[in-house]
Design a protein around this ligand. Sequence first.
Ligand code: SF4
Length: 331
Amino acid sequence: MNEKIKNIMNRVKNSITSAIINAYYGKYLELGLPPRRFIQVNIETNSICTRTCHYCLFGIRKVPARHMSSQLFFNIIDQLVEMHFIGRVSLFEINEPLTDKRIYDFTRYISCVLPRCYQLLVTNGDLLNQERLDALMENGLDQLIINSYDEKSFNKNEVWFKYGTEKYPGRIEHCDKTSFKEWTSRSGHIKQYYAGEAVNTFCEYPNYILYIKPDGKVLACWNDFDEENVMGDLNRDSIREIWYGHRFKRFRGFVNKGNRSISYLCRRCDHTPDLNYMRQNKLITKKKLKKGFHSTEIVNGRMEDEAIAIKRKYLEGSAINEKDKVIYSSC
Ligand code: SF4
């Protein structure tokens, strides 16, 4: 079949699938049916960035540096293991992940104990070099997206992209953001991109993303720069208690019906749901499961030893006990 016809057919197929997904999820959420398990976990291991981009929190104010404690990090991942979580795990959100030197070990830890999850990282490439790129990929990162925001960094990042593509085919992407125009207002925070009025449709974020800040707070969405919609605190409650808890349920009850009066942030928010993005995250995990797409060959017997060694490095044995072996062997 000729390439042009193939493309047209793919576009038609995608728009039909999108329409079905929108109708299905739209109705599901609107009717207040039971919450589904999250399919994506975003963990900000610190709140540090190397840039002050115009579309980001770092571009509009000074952000105090915060670090997630290693104890909390391992606690979160171990809870995901106990929940038999399968989905996307990303160790970043509103930060530059390579500013956290633990990222390589943390990536490896996740590969060991959650080998069926899909790990994706987005970086601006400022701190990237060959050694770091190799460390990420060899520790089990499934996909690295490098965003370039100016010409200088584009040229530098292109070198790593070419190097990485040759060595780790299909797992590195380089996005040229130098002439990108489709910035969003991040729920009204970035004035120059604000649509001017709030939106009154359901919101998908609180329904599929577990978004965790460095201090353990769980927020309803990643646009919450002032932490208005705090759904729980992982220093006190478990992931399960927070995700299925009263506060999150009540919050979803409002926004899923298109009623965004639940908070000042939601009231002025101009985010329109993008279920294709949600679907894409689901599909990439499925693809990994089907093809066994993973950089590192992890031999079962070695997994728990390696995971425990990483934990020991950070927790100095204080939180390592026999329970860990039970957790890991159940995954
Ligand atoms: S409606 Fe509320 S939860 Fe949804 S994106 Fe906007 S601010 Fe975030």
